[in-house]
Design a protein around this ligand. Sequence first.
Ligand code: IPE
Ligand code: IPE
Ligand code: MG
Length: 256
Amino acid sequence: MSGDPAIRGESGRMNERMQPEPRHIAIIMDGNGRWAARRGLPRAEGHRRGVEAVRSTVQAAIELGIPYLTIFSFSSENWSRPETEINDLLGLMKRFIRRDLTTLHRNGVRIRIIGDREGRDSEILEMITDAERTTKDNARLNLIVAFNYGSRSEIAQAARQLAMEVQKGALAPADITPERFAGALQTADVPDPDLLIRTSGEHRLSNFLLWQLAYAEFLFVDVFWPDFTKEHLVKAIDAYRRRDRRFGGLSETIKA
Ligand code: IPE
Ligand code: IPE
Ligand code: MG
């Protein structure tokens, strides 16, 4: 058995073939509030520092050549937080787009927003639409921001859309395949995430990309989001590359 850690899995198991770099990394950026509480600071300060971590993570993804990065910035359930915190979060989102759009565009980042756009803050909607339009031809990094996003709602919406096509006679029920269904989701032209990272030590999905994460590798990192650095991202990618993705089949080592 090789002692070279480069060819051994996380569990110490032999894994002769390293996975290629992940094409798509999805991140549940969690722990801003606890980061602040530990320091006796208001939660808003945690969110502010969280935006800085977003900035450096996007930069790191560009440097590492990751083509798709999805970040969970506000869930459809986050509206149940106190109004002041919601306002802080919306304010930070607006400020992020206002301040960073030019730099992101210059760096070849294409921005896309997934989530429910109905009936929410019109200013933010306009900003989002503008950011998507401005950056639509960029291809270096696809940055997908999940904002007012809930996966069950996204899935229900896709089912509704397909049902309407069936009702019109444009689609037969038998044609509703997984591929067709995926095409009705907001992530239609985005490959499924290969790697999901959640910070802060919580081990749950919180209604994030339930369909798309079917075969992703999960990695739970024990730091609060504001402390997440390029080094954590590099380590996460490294751990991912040692995983043995079988997709229901047999490991390459066993097959050989
Ligand atoms: C993540 O940090 C940011 C959002 C969910 C918007 P939290 O605000 O959830 O921080 P914790 O989990 O309370 O520490
Ligand atoms: C998930 O974090 C949503 C975002 C990171 C935007 P939460 O902090 O809202 O999730 P729960 O409530 O702990 O499951
Ligand atoms: Mg949280």
